[in-house]
Design a protein around this ligand. Structure first.
Ligand SMILES: CC(C)(COP(=O)(O)OP(=O)(O)OC[C@H]1O[C@@H](n2cnc3c(N)ncnc32)[C@H](O)[C@@H]1OP(=O)(O)O)[C@@H](O)C(=O)NCCC(=O)NCCS
Length: 197
């Protein structure tokens, strides 16, 4: 890979289609549905998320609108690729989100993977399907060389998703992220384009 090659953000209209899912950048019209999904999953997601700043409700209409606008801005600037996950049969219904953030080019060409799937759709293989699709997109279209994910050792379901998707476990990063108010150790998983077939 030529690390000096110019990088162009994929089109905002990108749709990644898998057997059961469509992954796409949300638009402002998706704000009410994304808010519904975030509210419905607040308890499901809380143990794995940072505490929001005091007095801020990340599921308020204003916050979700700002988040969608920021995701669109960051996509255009090549800083992140954030996609909502919907069933192919009903693209207006949001059942999760998956993102590559902190995109760095140059000699690194790396993105950090994060994801969640609706509590009512657990253990159906949806997260694994989305992770495989986004990783393929990152390498084939996004021009990345490496994708990394960090998982708390207690999050067995997420570690299993990455293992099924054939990510490698690289090690344990101590006090890596502040989750639910504590600096938590995280298992580091990664894959590079050379390993991705
Ligand atoms: C982690 C998460 C994305 C998994 O979504 P999902 O669609 O259920 O994932 P999949 O069905 O593709 O795979 C889950 C695997 O974990 C297994 N699993 C689920 N709960 C488990 C548990 N408590 N212990 C061990 N394995 C578990 C499932 O059986 C499945 O493995 P299998 O196919 O070998 O049976 C979802 O639970 C989630 O959104 N969690 C909250 C947010 C989160 O943790 N995000 C990741 C942060 S790193």
């Amino acid at each position: 890979m030529n690390v000096a090659a110019p990088w162009q953000a994929p089109p905002l209209t990108t749709r990644i289609v898998t057997d059961r899912l469509v992954l796409r950048l949300p638009r402002s019209v998706d704000v009410p549905e994304l808010r519904r999904a975030l509210r419905a999953n607040a308890e499901h997601l809380r143990p794995w998320q940072a505490i929001p700043p005091r007095g801020e409700d990340p599921t308020s209409l204003t916050s979700v609108s700002r988040t969608v606008a920021r995701h669109r801005r960051e996509w255009k600037r090549g800083q992140s690729l954030s996609l909502v996950i919907s069933p192919r049969a009903n693209e207006a219904h949001i059942v999760g989100r998956i993102a590559l953030t902190g995109l760095l080019l140059g000699a690194f060409r790396n993105g950090y993977l994060g994801y969640w799937v609706d509590a009512s759709c657990q253990r159906g293989g949806l997260a694994t399907e989305a992770v495989v699709a986004v990783t393929t997109f990152a390498f084939r279209t996004g021009g990345l060389h490496r994708v990394q994910a960090a998982v708390m050792p207690s999050n067995a379901a997420s570690a299993r998703v990455l293992t099924k998707a054939r990510y490698r476990q690289e090690g344990l990063a101590l006090r890596y992220l502040s989750i639910a108010g504590r600096w938590e150790d995280h298992l580091i998983f990664a894959v590079t384009v050379e390993e991705w077939t």
